[in-house]
Design a protein around this ligand. Structure first.
Ligand code: JFZ
Length: 470
């Protein structure tokens, strides 16, 4: 691609010069071309671009977005205290205490295959493990630090075991990796309110994480790397682009999230410039992302109230969990649903129970989630929708209604209206609305799916911005 561009610039200069002064020396043409080409390259860099030829292609991103549902796992020695991973270091747990927890981290009941099967039974298609969180502890044996799983009494490679189990079960394997490390003295910030420290060395730090990333990619061949922590001051978008380019040289189709850089919608739903994102998809956090039919996104949301395990934590109800998944898919996004295993290595039974029930719902209604795209209705309290082929799937959140009114879809003929796992329903079109009559007893007690079969490709329907009913 670059070669083509260069040849083009060269030939333009050549023809300009040849017309202006026919007998000009070829050397001038070459010199001018050289500067112009360099100029073009510099301007691409100034425009903060990753070489477009390196970006993960849309086919790969579409396959990722087809999966819709993944498991996020935050885990480490901090679970022995039950406080939040990374953030509680030097706060709820004294730094000295936190940094020594690894000496007693011995999750003898850890069973990678059991975790992966739990994800699979939940209907999840991929899994992402915190290989290193902000506390700096590494769940894999790293040559570049002593603060890793081999220093614990457990001494078994957790990342490796999960990579293997995922491969066996056909679950895509992803790795979470933080680029801020409050434990590493070379990283100049330490979440202690003291600001940038003098003894930091970003050059050394960047070389360490580059080595660790190479280790992770070559050892575990991840499908995806989920970066975190790029928002802190010592990190720049340029550093992010360098890492992106480096990783793509190691593995061409690796999928990378946007927290390698600073541009993201994040927790607060900031206005973001998608063209500036360093990474392949956006990562709204603890909220369902806004509908976006163009740029891929994945919401990361916890089942409980914190990322790592908390004893007696308040968990979301099954209804909340299912609606979170459905509304995310309706906005055209993926849900990376987080659980935190316990210090002994098991996933808490009540978390498993909820996941099993989500999986049971997906076994019956998965056609309305996997491989679909969001819209055309925007999610609201009563319903939301997804679409695929000539079908619009309307998810109904109210189970006590016998009638539902939807804004009519523009330029569409509805040929048939049915309930998934139920029969045909009453359908009437009046002016700008559809009036749908439902049976008194609905097939599902939490979320039912109305299927509108239409006379055209559902993806062509523009998103209906106003779903309010008069
Ligand atoms: C980050 C982590 O800090 C958190 O522990 C978890 O791993 C989550 C998936 O990602 O969450 C954030 C991200 C951004 C900010 C705070 C927490 N921020 O900008 O203040």
């Amino acid at each position: 691609m670059l070669l083509k561009q260069n040849t083009f610039i060269f030939s333009v200069i050549k023809s300009v010069l040849l017309t202006v002064k026919k007998k000009r020396n070829m050397r001038i043409i070459y010199i001018l071309s050289f500067f112009l080409i360099m100029g073009f390259r510099l301007s691409a860099q100034e425009k903060n671009m990753i070489d477009p030829a390196l970006k993960t292609p849309p086919e790969i991103m579409n396959q990722f977005m087809d999966m819709r549902f993944g498991m996020f796992i935050h885990w480490g020695p901090v679970t022995l205290r039950g406080t939040e991973i990374g953030w509680s270091r030097g706060h709820e747990v004294a730094t000295e205490d936190y940094d020594n927890l690894y000496k007693e981290f011995n999750p003898v009941l850890f069973d990678a295959s059991a975790w992966v099967k739990t994800a699979k039974n939940a209907g999840m298609k991929y899994l992402i493990i915190t290989s290193k969180h902000h506390d700096g502890f590494c769940l894999w044996p790293s040559e570049y630090t002593d603060y890793d799983i081999m220093a614990t009494p457990f001494k078994k490679d957790i990342v490796g075991a999960l990579a293997k189990a995922c491969k066996k079960e056909g679950i895509r394997f992803g790795i979470y990796f933080t680029i801020l490390d409050w434990h590493d003295r070379n990283y100049p910030l330490h979440n202690d309110g003291k600001g940038i420290s003098e003894d930091g060395n970003m050059e050394k730090f960047r070389s360490t994480i580059k080595n660790q990333l190479k280790e992770l990619v070559t050892k575990y061949d991840p499908y995806l790397i989920w970066f975190d922590g790029g928002w802190e001051e010592p990190w720049t978008d340029e550093m992010g682009r360098e890492i992106y380019t480096y990783l793509k040289s190691l593995k061409k189709d690796l999928i990378i999230n946007n927290r390698l850089g600073k541009e993201m919608t994040g927790i607060s739903n900031k206005n973001a410039d998608y063209s500036k994102m360093v990474g392949d998809f956006d990562t709204p956090e603890q909220r369902i992302g806004n509908i976006n039919m163009d740029f891929p996104w994945e919401s990361c949301i916890t089942m409980g109230t914190q990322w790592s395990w908390k004893p007696n934590d308040k968990l979301k109800s099954l209804k909340e969990c299912l609606q979170t998944l459905v509304k995310t898919a309706s906005g055209n996004g993926n849900l990376l649903f987080n659980i935190g295993p316990m210090p002994d290595g098991r996933i808490e039974q009540r978390q498993i129970d909820c996941l099993v029930q989500m999986g049971a719902w997906l076994k019956k209604y998965g056609e309305s989630i996997y491989g679909t795209r969001g819209g055309p209705y925007l999610p609201n309290e009563a319903y939301s929708s997804t679409r695929k082929g000539n079908k619009v799937f309307v998810h109904l959140f109210e189970t006590d209604k016998t009638e539902i009114i939807l804004p009519a879809l523009p330029g569409v003929n509805v040929q048939k209206a049915t309930l998934m796992n139920g029969g045909e329903v009453g359908f009437k079109k009046t002016d700008d609305f559809y009036k749908i009559s439902l049976p008194a007893v609905l097939p599902d007690s939490i979320c039912n799916v109305l299927v509108l079969q239409i006379n055209r490709e559902a993806i062509e329907i523009p998103v209906i911005e106003n779903t309010s009913i008069p």
